[in-house]
Each structure stands twice: as structure tokens, then as C-alpha cells.
Design a protein around this ligand. Structure first.
Ligand code: MOS
Length: 743
């Protein structure tokens, strides 16, 4: 029975958020709280010769200045610094030694009685360096970039058929290079950690993280603490987007500070300092498509170079999406890494796919132009019901329906194919579309349910709610599964002492935790049924566990709804007032099918013909992502993804001054993200997609919203102006020459 699943249920934590009751990492406090301020390196590579702290120490209220020379002990092996989602390589160690590996690297922490004293004192620290030559420009290393070789690569480079030969023989070819710059996450909440120091040195750390247990394990490794000595909490997050998948350096500094001064310490990074942490890697991509005149593909190749640091090999499956999405007998993809003197790049919403699909879907649009085909028609002719990389069918793939419903809602049939053929007064109007694809994974997770005789349940797992609505979907699933009103469900998450959960990311938590709740609820049912059967002339005497379900505070026979036992009566029989069950749920071991989510984006742009100003005036996104748990929160995920895709297309770019190897626009005045004035009409459609990969038929919707949006915008800009821009962001200077200012 579903009362809540599939409905637009409002956030169960919404009241706490709007009233300020929800507390974030930098809002937790302690009576003895001290404040840490971070000093960042001003060179990109080299050694620290000396750090002069005397002026800082003389500031009223300053307690200590920690550097690599006087910090408390930290682990000496790479292994100790490896978090659950660390890439291959040697993880960064904050304040470890005199080596500088990226500009902005933390090199000192000032701890003071007030935040103001700490910040002022930090400004007085004098550092002498021995500088070494650095490289921060991906284009400098493109030829020296090295192939991805890590065994952890989820979809290793593959070749099928003979793509080079097929490309050479193809009737129609499109070959081009596309570029996406480095981009930063910029969540609203600053990166922050409050380490509360308790008697005996135990710590409770309130941290802005997408994985409390990941951070807890990491801190134990770095500081040699026992699991019981450190508890990590992250009940709420002001946006994660991948920035909090790995432990951030301020959590190490807060704990270092607390251990040094034996009291509680809070460290909040400034917006500028946040840019010294991971980011979406720039990507130079070369796509080659070979087609026959009928509009099917003979060959597709995708080569990419992405950015990582000198010390780690971060990458995602960037190019394999091209081998997967469209039917092509011959395909090849390869991925190389440029090791630059920057911090390690990281996951950022739709990592890999958001960048890869910009190139692929721009290239498909260019091919459609060459073939004189409607862009949707080309995609339908190249439609694949199989994941060709893995050579297996999709469990479900309602992408055709996304194209159909999206096009209909958008009014695509009224599009005139010629560029520059549609106008609105002084504006050139362009309509573009693109496809997006993402994975639909399920991860191992543990869930504990405590059901009380009065019909209330607490559902607990150490997962996070990074703003996506995890509290809400957990409550919906628990309410339906246990047959209780939503208000009777309490959710506990974001606490490392709760049952085991992976980091929240990759769009895998909704699927994992929701099915985890179903498993734990089944265990509760089994125990209740055992009690119910012991009742004299029990109405459920002959029922097997499969034959009963929960409804309206009762265990009910599925065959005969009149046969029921209330939770209270069953528990009374068992002489308990609550039942607790904790169960671990594993993903299905059936790998016969591929699991992916898909989207078709349609956008309208208007380009001012005199000034080149681009506005995205309309967008329609049709999503196929299995069963949707909550059309409101899921809809918001897609809406946010489309907004972000517009930012990616038109605004976002992390600019580095390569002379100093320093980010120039490390603030949200100079790093442009979309604001309300940039965003107009966005419609989200969820198409029906029954899927049997897991009991609830879920796939997850976190990432899919952004993937493909930038290409849809670029394709619309081409349609409006006749100018193809292959380098993001599409700023108006890149349109110069395509505009007819004489009219
Ligand atoms: Mo998301 S990049 O998986 O947090």
C-alpha cells in the first residue's frame, strides 16, 4: 500500500530549516570554544623556509599558532589518510611538512579566543618560501598527460570493432574538440567543522560532510584515535554536490587545534579558502563520429584529458558514456590525466558525465546538422537498447518516452531547422536539445528500525541528507512500509554512531536506504508475526510472513483484509513495548542488465542580436529514473540541476593566473553562478519507467538533472546564431562575429 511514496510530500525537516532549528556544522558550540583561522600558501609549489608567528602570537586572545613544526602528532603513512572514496595516490596531509603542492594550501592555523582575533592574527603571519617551477595550465600538459591506469576505474577504456577503419570509411564524419574549464562547487554553507573536546580527550566533531562515518574513520587513521574516541555528526548540510564526499582539510585542522589546546575548536573556511579544495576537473575532449547517410553511427571515438593533482589520480568515467549511449558497432574511448600543481580535483554533481555529455551531445547536434536531420530523429536512429560497453540490455530505458513527452511539452514540432530563422523582436531565438545519462547504483547499507507499541517508529542509518531530501524520502518509505502516518516516523541520520552507511553521493542513497528500510521492516514484521501467532485463536495463525503486511497500525493478511492484529496487541502478547531490528541490505547480485537513468533536455535561448547577451528563457526536462519516491523533492533536484547546467553553459569558470598558479576568481562575485534573473521557465517531467532492479523500483535522481543541459544550451545558441561554441562557458565575446550588428 502506498500513501506517501510517489507523492509531492513536503520536506519533513522543512520546519526546522525555516525556523533556524536545524543546526549546521559552524552553529554547534561548546562552553570552552576557541576559533581557528587558516593561513594559506601564496605559492603553488616549493618549500616553506620559515613561518614567523611572533606578531600573531602577540595579538590579544591568541592561544597558539600551529604549523608543521609544532603541531600535535599525525600519522606517517598514506594508508592512514585514505578515506573511503580516496583516489589512487598519496592523499594530502594538512600541516604535515614544509612541502607546498598547491596555492592556498593550509600552512598554519591560528587558534584564538575569538574568530576576529584569529583572523587578524592570521593576517600577521610571515612566510618565507623556496619556490619551484609549477604548471597549472591543462593545455601545457595535454601532450604529456598520462593514460588512466588505476585498477579502480569503474568502466576501463575499451575498444569494440575497428573504430579507426570505420571512421575513415564513413560517409559522413564529424570531428571536433570541446573544452570544459575547471569549475567549483560553491555550496551556500561554508566548509566548517566544530570539534567539541570532551573529558579525557574524546571528540564530537560537527562537520560539513556527505559521509560521517568516512570522516570518523579518516580522523581515527590520521590521529591514531580509537573509534569510540571520535563521533562525527552532520545532521544538516547547506549543499554538498560532491564537495563533502572526501574529508575536507578544515576538519583535520579543527581536530589538530582541539588536540593542541585541549579545548573545543571551530574552523570555518572563507569562501576564497574553499577554492583550495576539490573542484570539477577541466576536460579537453576530442570526439569523432562516423555516420552513414541514413543517420546511424558506424564509429564513435572519445578522447579526454582531465586535471588532477601531482599527488593523486582523481578521475571519473569521463569518456565511456560515449561508448554506451548510442548504437555504434565500432567505438573507442580513452582518458588521460594531466598532473598539475593544483589540489586534487573531485566529484562535482554528475562527475564525468556532465562534462562528457557536453561534448558528446554537442557533437551529435553538429552531426545532425551535417546529415540535415532533426536532432531528435538522429538520436532515435542511433537509439540503443543495450549497454554496448558491457554488452547487456538495460533493465529499463524509457528515453524514447523522454524525447516524446519533452518535445511535446516544449512544442518542438514548431521549430524551424535553419539557424537564425526564429526571432522575437531584436532577439534571435534558438531551440536546442540534448540527452543525459547517469548510473543507477545501489550500495550496501544498514538500517535500524525501532517500532513502539503506540505505533511510532524511529528509522536510523548513518547516511546524510545533503539537501536532497533524504529525511523526507526515508520517512515516506518507512510510513508506507510500516503502515503508519508520516508524523509517526522519526528519522535519525548524519551521526557516525548509527548503522553503517556509505557516503551520500553518486545518486545511490535513495535507492540504497529506501530498500534498506524495506528489509529492516520485514524483520520487524517477522518478529511481530511470531507474537501475533501466539495469540489465542490468532487471526494470522496460518499466515506465512510473505502473506502479511502493515496497514493502519496493524499486521494484516494480504489475502483477507479482515484478518488483522494490531501492533499493540502483538507486542502485548510478546511482552514487549518495542521491537528493534537492524539489517544490512546488499545490492542485487544479478548483473544481467545495465542500470541507468536518462533525461532529454529542451531549451530555448534568446540572444540579443546587438549585444550578444544570452538568456535561457525556457527549459523542459523529461527524466526517466525508475519510480520517483517524491515528485516534489525529486523535481527540485532536477530543477537545481538544470539551473546549474545553465550556469555551466553560460557562466561558470574557475580562472587561474598561471604565473602564480593561483585562482583569480575565488569568490561568488567573480565566479559567476546563475542568479534569479538568469532563470526563467523550467518544467520537469518524470516519465513512467517501471524497473525491477530492486524491490521498490528506484534509480535515484541526484545527478541526472545537470547532465546534458550545457549541450542543450550550446545547441540552442547555435540554432539562434549559427555560431557553434565548443568552449564553455558561452560568454558573449565568443559570439562576436556571428551577430549581425548592422541590422
Ligand atoms: Mo555527488 S558529485 O555524487 O555528491
Amino acid at each position: 500500500m502506498t500513501t506517501y511514496i510517489g507523492t509531492p510530500t513536503s520536506r519533513v525537516d522543512g520546519h526546522a530549516k525555516v525556523t533556524g532549528a536545524a543546526r549546521y556544522a559552524a552553529e554547534f558550540t561548546a562552553p570552552d570554544l576557541a576559533y581557528g583561522s587558516v593561513v594559506g600558501a601564496t605559492i603553488a609549489k616549493g618549500r616553506i623556509i620559515s613561518i614567523e608567528s611572533s606578531a600573531a602570537l602577540a595579538v590579544d586572545g591568541v592561544i597558539v599558532v600551529l604549523t608543521h613544526e609544532n603541531r600535535p602528532p599525525m600519522a606517517k603513512t598514506d594508508q592512514a589518510y585514505k578515506d573511503d572514496v580516496a583516489p589512487d595516490g598519496s592523499p594530502f596531509r594538512p600541516l604535515y611538512d614544509d612541502r607546498i603542492m598547491f596555492n592556498g594550501q593550509p600552512i598554519a592555523l591560528v587558534v584564538a579566543e575569538t574568530s576576529e582575533a584569529a583572523q587578524f592574527a592570521a593576517s600577521l603571519i610571515q612566510v618565507k618560501y623556496k619556490e619551484e617551477a609549477h604548471v597549472t595550465d591543462i593545455y601545457h600538459l595535454r601532450d604529456a598527460a598520462i593514460p588512466v591506469k588505476t585498477p579502480s576505474n569503474p568502466m576501463p577504456p575499451k575498444i569494440r570493432g575497428n573504430p579507426d577503419q570505420a571512421l575513415a570509411a564513413a560517409a559522413v564524419r564529424h570531428v571536433a574538440e570541446y573544452f570544459v574549464p575547471n569549475e567549483h562547487h560553491n555550496p551556500v554553507e561554508l566548509y566548517a567543522s566544530t570539534a567539541v573536546f570532551e573529558k579525557g580527550g574524546k571528540l564530537t566533531v560537527y562537520d560539513k560532510t556527505q559521509g560521517v562515518q568516512n570522516v570518523q574513520k579518516y580522523l581515527c587513521g590520521v590521529f591514531g584515535m580509537k573509534p569510540d574516541d571520535v563521533r562525527v555528526m552532520s545532521p544538516f548540510m547547506g549543499g554538498g554536490f560532491g564537495s563533502g564526499l572526501r574529508p575536507q582539510f578544515q576538519v583535520v585542522l579543527a581536530v589538530l587545534g582541539a588536540r593542541a589546546v585541549k579545548r573545543s575548536v571551530r574552523v570555518v573556511l572563507t569562501r576564497a579558502q574553499m577554492y583550495a579544495l576539490g573542484y570539477r576537473s577541466a576536460m579537453i575532449q576530442r570526439i569523432a563520429l562516423g555516420a552513414n547517410t541514413g543517420g546511424t553511427l558506424d564509429a564513435i571515438t572519445h578522447d579526454a584529458v582531465t586535471v588532477t593533482s601531482q599527488y593523486e589520480e582523481f578521475h571519473r568515467q569521463e569518456t565511456g558514456w560515449s561508448g554506451l549511449l548510442y548504437k555504434s558497432p565500432n567505438a573507442k574511448y580513452a582518458h588521460r590525466l594531466a598532473h598539475l600543481d593544483l589540489a586534487t580535483s573531485s566529484s562535482m554533481r554528475g562527475p564525468g558525465a556532465a562534462t562528457a555529455l557536453f561534448a558528446l551531445e554537442s557533437a551529435m547536434d553538429e552531426l545532425a546538422v551535417k546529415l540535415n536531420l532533426d536532432p531528435i530523429e538522429l538520436r532515435l536512429r542511433c537509439y540503443s537498447d543495450r549497454d554496448q560497453n558491457e554488452d547487456k540490455p538495460f533493465r529499463s530505458k524509457a528515453l524514447r518516452e523522454c524525447y516524446r513527452q519533452g518535445a511535446e511539452t516544449f512544442g518542438w514540432s514548431k521549430r524551424k531547422p535553419e539557424p537564425r530563422s526564429m526571432r522575437d523582436g531584436g532577439d534571435l531565438v534558438g531551440w536546442g536539445m540534448a540527452t543525459g545519462v547517469w548510473q543507477a547504483p545501489q550500495a550496501e547499507i544498514a538500517v535500524r528500525i525501532v517500532l513502539t507499541a503506540d505505533g511510532h517508529a524511529e528509522v536510523a542509518s548513518a547516511t546524510s541528507d545533503i539537501g536532497t531530501g533524504t529525511y523526507t524520502i526515508m520517512a515516506q518509505v518507512a510510513a508506507d512500509t510500516l503502515g503508519l502516518p508520516l508524523d509517526n516516523i522519526t528519522i535519525a541520520l548524519g551521526d557516525s554512531t548509527l548503522p553503517h552507511s556509505p557516503v551520500e553521493g553518486g545518486s545511490w542513497i535513495a535507492t540504497s536506504v529506501a530498500n534498506g528500510i524495506v528489509t529492516a521492516a520485514e524483520a520487524i514484521r517477522d518478529e511481530l508475526l511470531r507474537f501475533a501467532k501466539q495469540m489465542p485463536s490468532s487471526p494470522l495463525a496460518n499466515c506465512s510472513p510473505d502473506e502479511v503486511g502493515f496497514a493502519a497500525g496493524k499486521l494484516v493478511s494480504k489475502r483477507d483484509g479482515s484478518r488483522a492484529v494490531s501492533l499493540a496487541d502483538a507486542m502485548r502478547q510478546g511482552k514487549v513495548d518495542r521491537i528493534t531490528q537492524e539489517k544490512t541490505t546488499l545490492p542485487s547480485h544479478n548483473h544481467s542488465h545495465a542500470n541507468n537513468t536518462h533525461v532529454a533536455h529542451f531549451v530555448e535561448v534568446k540572444v540579443d542580436e546587438q549585444l550578444g547577451v544570452i538568456r535561457v528563457t525556457r527549459a523542459v526536462s523529461a527524466v526517466a529514473a525508475g519510480r520517483i519516491l517524491n515528485t516534489k523533492t525529486a523535481g527540485s533536484q532536477i530543477l537545481g540541476g538544470v539551473v546549474w547546467g545553465i550556469g555551466m553553459a553560460l557562466h561558470e569558470e574557475t580562472l587561474i593566473d598561471h604565473t602564480f598558479g593561483r585562482i583569480m576568481n575565488a569568490n561568488i562575485a567573480d565566479y559567476h553562478v546563475p542568479v534569479h534573473a538568469d532563470i526563467h521557465d523550467i518544467k520537469v517531467i518524470f516519465v513512467d519507467e517501471p524497473d525491477g532492479s530492486n524491490p521498490l523500483g528506484l534509480k535515484g535522481v541526484g545527478e541526472i538533472g545537470i547532465i546534458g543541459v550545457a549541450a542543450a544550451v550550446a545547441n540552442a545558441v547555435y540554432h539562434a546564431t549559427g555560431k557553434r561554441v565548443r568552449e564553455l562557458p558561452i560568454t558573449l565575446d565568443k559570439l562576436l562575429g556571428s551577430l549581425d550588428v548592422s541590422t
